[in-house]
Design a protein around this ligand. Structure first.
Ligand SMILES: [Zn+2]
Length: 380
C-alpha cells in the first residue's frame, strides 16, 4: 500500500510490487499466529531476509514499544523472536524497533539476551531495559512507604548496568498496569514513588527516556465490571496528580507515556493528554492507536478520531508510535498471556498506517520517526 503521507516508499529489490501485493493479501487473511507466521516464513523467508540490508534506513516508521518473549537465558529463542521481528519490520516498513521486557511483577528476563540481540541486529533492533529487573523492585518497594538504603543502592546500580549494557532508555516500567486477563499482573505504585523519582534522575543524567505504563485514573473509581474478573482490586486509585509530580520532579527527564489512545478504562483521552502536554514540556507519548473503544485514536473499524488528530496536529513533536507488538518464541514456556495478545499486532499496524495516512506529510514524518530519532538519540 502506497503511503498517502509522502514518505519515501521502501525499496524492496528482492520482493517486487506484485509479490509484495500478494504478500499483503496473504498477510491480511492470515492471523499472526505462530503457525501462520511459520507458514509465511516458509514461503517468503528467503526473499524477506534478502531485503533486510536494503530496508535499513528506508523504513517509514519507528516502533518504540515491542516485546520479545523467550525463557530467561535462552539466547537461541530470543534470536528466533528477533528474526520474526525483522520479518515484521520488512513487511510493515518499520525502520527501527525498540524491544523490551514487559513490566514484570517478579524478576524475569530483562536485558541479558536482548543485549546480545541488539549487538547482532542493531541498529535496526534497539533495546530498553528494566522491565524485568527495575520494575519488580519498584513494585515490591511500592508496598511500603519506606525504601531502605540497600534497596535504593541496588536499584541505582541495576539501572546503571542497564545503560552500560547498551539500553537506549528504561522500559517498560509500570506505575499503574491493569490486569486484562487471569494471570496478567495488576501493578500499582505511586507515580512519584521515591524509586521512580530516582529513576527519573538517572534517566536525566544519561539523557535517555523512560517508557512508562500508566493506565490513567483521574479520581478514585470502582473497577468496572468488565475488568473485575482479572486480578484488579475493587477500587482503582487516582494517579494523575502523582504522575504530574513525577513529571515536574526533573524537567530533564524525558517520559514517554505508553499506549496513548487505547487504554482499557477510557480515561486516556485527547482532553487529558492535551492538558498534560501543555503543563509538562518533558512529556511525550507513544501511540497504540487501535482498540474497539469509542475513544481510540483509530477505531477497529478504521475510523480516525478527530479529537486525537487535533491534539497530534497541535503538538506534533510530542508523539511517537509504539505498537506494543508481542513476539513469542516457539519454545517459550512462560505464562500464556503473551500468546493471547500476540495476534493483536496486525490490527495495530493497520491502525498505524491509517493514522499516518490522514496526517499532513510533515506531521506524519515527525510522528512516524523523526521524534523517535531525537528522543532516543538514534544514530548517536
Ligand atoms: Zn504496557
Amino acid at each position: 500500500m502506497q503511503p498517502a503521507d509522502g514518505l519515501q516508499p521502501r525499496l524492496l529489490p528482492s520482493v517486487g510490487p506484485q509479490s509484495r501485493e500478494q504478500f499483503m493479501r496473504r498477510r491480511r487473511t492470515t492471523n499472526l499466529t505462530l503457525g501462520g507466521l511459520a507458514a509465511l516464513i516458509a514461503v517468503l523467508g528467503c526473499a524477506l531476509m534478502g531485503s533486510a540490508p536494503h530496508a535499513q534506513g528506508q523504513g517509514d516508521w519507528i516502533d518504540v514499544h515491542v516485546h520479545l518473549f523467550a525463557d530467561k537465558g535462552s539466547l537461541a529463542d530470543f534470536d528466533e523472536a528477533a528474526r520474526k521481528a525483522l520479518q515484521i519490520m520488512d513487511a510493515e516498513r518499520i525502520r527501527t524497533m525498540f524491544v523490551m521486557s514487559p513490566p514484570r511483577a517478579r524478576e524475569g528476563p530483562d536485558t541479558e539476551s536482548l543485549a546480545e540481540i541488539t549487538k547482532k541486529y542493531g541498529p535496526r533492533i534497539a533495546m530498553l531495559g528494566g522491565g524485568g529487573t527495575l520494575n519488580p523492585m519498584l513494585q515490591e518497594a511500592g508496598k511500603s512507604t519506606e525504601v531502605s538504603e540497600v534497596v535504593r543502592r541496588q536499584f541505582e546500580e541495576t539501572a546503571e548496568r542497564i545503560i552500560a549494557s547498551g539500553a537506549k532508555g528504561f522500559g517498560e516500567i509500570a506505575a499503574h498496569h491493569l490486569s486484562l486477563a487471569p494471570g496478567h499482573a495488576y501493578e500499582a505504585v505511586s507515580p512519584d514513588h521515591l524509586l521512580l523519582r530516582l529513576l527519573a534522575d538517572i534517566a536525566a543524567r544519561h539523557d535517555v527516556p523512560i517508557d512508562l505504563h500508566l493506565d490513567p485514573v483521574p479520581s478514585d473509581v470502582a473497577t468496572p465490571a468488565s475488568l473485575g474478573a482479572a486480578q484488579n482490586p475493587p477500587v482503582l486509585k487516582a494517579n494523575i496528580e502523582g504522575f504530574e509530580r513525577l513529571l515536574a520532579h526533573n524537567r530533564k527527564t524525558k517520559i514517554v507515556w505508553a499506549h496513548a489512545g487505547s487504554d482499557p478504562l477510557g480515561y486516556f483521552t485527547p482532553t487529558l493528554v492535551r492538558a498534560l502536554i501543555k503543563r509538562h514540556p518533558n512529556l511525550a507519548l507513544s501511540i497504540r492507536p487501535t482498540s474497539p473503544r469509542p475513544g481510540a485514536v483509530v477505531h477497529a473499524t478504521g475510523d480516525v478520531n478527530e479529537d486525537w488528530v487535533a491534539v497530534l496536529r497541535d503538538f506534533p513533536d510530542r508523539f511517537v508510535i509504539g505498537s506494543d507488538t508481542m513476539i513469542v518464541a516457539t519454545h517459550y514456556t512462560g505464562p500464556h498471556t503473551p500468546r493471547i495478545f500476540a495476534n493483536r499486532g496486525e490490527g495495530q499496524w493497520r491502525g498505524i498506517r491509517r493514522l499516518l495516512s490522514v496526517l499532513p506529510p510533515d506531521e506524519a514524518r515527525r510522528i512516524a520517526y523523526e521524534n523517535a530519532e531525537r528522543l532516543y538519540k538514534l544514530g548517536r
